[in-house]
Design a protein around this ligand. Structure first.
Ligand SMILES: NC(=O)c1ccc[n+]([C@@H]2O[C@H](COP(=O)([O-])OP(=O)(O)OC[C@H]3O[C@@H](n4cnc5c(N)ncnc54)[C@H](O)[C@@H]3O)[C@@H](O)[C@H]2O)c1
Ligand SMILES: [Fe+2]
Length: 431
């Protein structure tokens, strides 16, 4: 593929655009002081869904004092269990409904934000939650949610999805609807300062994966006269947001993990995570996420560990299929090669190095996945149709298995050596 110009230079605007976001997004140190004013716009009764660990933190107690001083009634609810079992959410929904809140304050990491979304759904429309599993099954607006993330991050403060676990299901299951998008997102990096290194690493790499998968998502054929899918594939707004997220997160994540008191690094990663959420909210994510669901179910490892472990292998499989997109990512990661094939491979290598630098395991064997589990993982990943549909590679089981075999061995060259088929763009030849 001969080229002389840089991959990002002078590209024509193609495609359509979709953004669905909170009507207010505030970012920066100190923006949490807006909370009393924002919440008061929605009424006087606040049901605060808070991470149980953070509920006792001076920062949260100060927030509650300020809300009460502003004349708001606040009920604090801390029953947020890891992995969000469906029964615990149903119980939380009953407690919330009895309080008759006007607005939900969601405060914590992705688990608390997702719990708050589902509690807002239960108060507005009742249960069971299983009635809403999947896409576009929420019948109408839910209680207004004001989301305040304390990790950077899942992006849940701006996205239309919440993920829970149900004992009747082998894997975690998502509820996706634009009605679940919070009305306001208040992203104050100060609140992430206390996050321990492993939480910072897993949440931060997941944010980078959101940006990378949003940018590399396929463009879906959309019927603009019908209800749109929640995840609409790559679009003209999301691409720019994703690249800026990569530019912010990649050079700063290892710094934030190594020294949690580094305010500049914390702010950069929190901003990048927010942009990544704004980007993947409308586009969706793809194969690393489809694979993380079964891998997380088998190994009980955190979401970001799984997506972070898989992303170098997924991107490696993308090299022959979307080299120009990977070359643009390479520029965002700090690469300078003008040969798109070299740049595409360099992007994957850079992502893999970053994962290693922050302690993400290199191979699936390291986290207890047996080789004989791989076919079942591939089968389950393919069930996440909404994710696989926007993946540039992996719609056929053989490619997913190749990716999994390489990830199990911790060896990306196994992918490079095999023929990966995907949605190859017209005119793109193999290197
Ligand atoms: N809705 C979405 O768009 C979306 C996207 C990605 C992931 N998720 C979900 O988010 C969850 C993961 O969220 P997460 O990575 O933010 O972790 P988390 O919310 O599960 O929290 C992890 C741990 O970090 C602690 N913690 C959080 N903030 C802290 C802080 N500032 N200081 C000290 N400790 C802190 C919590 O107490 C908890 O022990 C998963 O359930 C995943 O499925 C949702
Ligand atoms: Fe994620």
């Amino acid at each position: 593929m001969p080229r002389t110009t840089h991959p990002t230079a002078g590209s024509a605007l193609t495609g359509t655009g979709t953004l669905r976001l909170p009507s207010r997004i505030h970012f920066g140190f100190g923006v949490r002081d807006q909370l009393p004013l924002i919440l008061a716009e929605h009424g006087t009764r606040v049901f605060a869904v808070v991470d149980p660990f953070l509920a006792g933190s001076p920062e949260f107690l100060r927030t509650v004092d300020r809300l009460r001083a502003a004349g708001l009634s606040v009920e604090v609810h801390t029953d947020v269990l890891p992995e969000l079992p469906v029964d615990s959410l149903t119980a939380s929904g009953t407690v919330a409904a009895a309080y008759s809140p006007d607005v939900i304050l969601a405060y914590g990491g992705g688990s608390s934000l997702d719990a708050a979304k589902l509690i807002a759904l239960l108060v507005a429309h009742g249960g069971p939650l299983s009635a809403y599993y999947g896409e576009n099954n929420v019948p109408g607006p839910v209680l207004p949610i004001v989301a305040v993330p304390t990790t950077a991050g899942t992006g849940s403060e701006v996205t239309p999805v919440a993920v829970i676990s149900d004992p009747d299901r082998e894997m975690k299951i998502g509820i996706s609807s634009h009605h679940l998008i919070p009305v306001a997102a208040v992203v104050d990096p100060e609140l992430t300062m206390g996050a321990p290194a492993s939480v910072t690493a897993y949440a931060g790499i997941d944010a980078l994966v959101h940006a990378l998968e949003s940018y590399t998502a396929a463009e879906l054929p959309l019927d603009w006269s019908a209800t749109l899918p929640v995840f609409t594939g790559s679009n003209v707004f999301a691409r720019q947001l994703a690249l800026e997220a990569v530019r912010r997160i990649a050079p700063n994540l290892a710094r934030a993990v190594a020294d949690g008191s580094d305010r500049e690094a914390r702010a950069e990663v929190a901003y990048g995570s927010l942009l990544a959420g704004m980007s993947f909210g409308p586009t969706g994510t793809h194969l690393s996420h489809a694979l993380q669901y079964p891998i997380g179910a088998i190994t009980k490892t955190p979401h970001g560990l799984g997506t972070g472990l898989m992303i170098p292998y997924v991107l490696q499989a993308c090299v022959p299929v979307i080299p120009e997109k990977l070359a643009a990512i390479d520029v965002a990661l700090g690469g300078s090669s003008t040969d798109p094939w070299v740049a595409a491979q360099d992007a994957v290598d850079r992502v893999a190095r970053l994962c290693r630098a922050i302690g993400i395991p290199v191979g699936l064997a390291e986290i207890g996945v047996a080789r004989e589990d791989l076919p079942r993982i591939a089968e389950l990943a393919l069930l996440s149709k909404r994710l696989v549909d926007i993946s540039p590679v992996g719609s056929e089981p053989s490619t997913i298995l190749t990716i999994l075999e390489a990830a199990h061995a911790g060896d990306r060259s196994l992918i490079a050596a095999s023929a990966v088929r995907g949605r190859r763009p017209a005119g793109a030849a193999r290197p």
